[in-house]
Design a binder for this molecule. Structure first.
Ligand SMILES: [Fe+2]
Length: 146
């Protein structure tokens, strides 16, 4: 049987969250300057949240009898998130996280619409995640505003 539309879309976010997990670690390690301590700590909070979300989505698919993607090779083929470049300054890092969170929020909105028809429980989970990404993006935008 062909993979369900919802499974395909959720798998893309599993890939995105995994790539973000590494990207947030990259920034957590390489951020520097006068805001090092606050950003180092904030980025840790964010990577912990995205990996918990990733696990929750994968286990939801399993509970539905579906198959979550589970290799880095597949994640890199499916993701819509650009990896860290290694040349970002602190402001670029925060801006890149904001853009990624906004992109994921938009993708989640699309998936929520599909999930509302196919599986309302998954729609509810995705809505909670979207709410949190929106809040983090707002806070990071406020952080960058001068
Ligand atoms: Fe750490």
């Amino acid at each position: 049987m062909a993979e369900k539309k919802l499974t395909k879309l959720v798998n893309k976010e599993i890939a995105n969250f995994t790539v973000l997990y590494t990207k947030l670690h990259n920034y957590h390690w390489y951020v520097n300057g006068p805001h090092f301590f606050e950003l180092h700590k904030k980025l840790e909070e964010l990577y912990n949240e995205v990996t918990a979300d990733m696990d929750e989505l994968a286990e939801r698919l399993l509970a539905l009898g579906e198959t979550p993607v589970a290799t880095l090779k597949q994640y890199m083929e499916m993701t819509t998130i650009e990896e860290a470049t290694g040349s970002e300054n602190t402001e670029d890092m925060v801006q890149s996280v904001i853009s990624d969170f906004e992109k994921i929020s938009n993708e989640l909105l699309e998936i929520i619409e599909v999930a509302e028809e196919e599986d309302p429980v998954t729609a509810d989970m995705l809505t909670g995640m979207k709410k949190s990404f929106n809040k983090h993006a707002w806070m990071l935008r406020a952080y960058l505003s001068k």
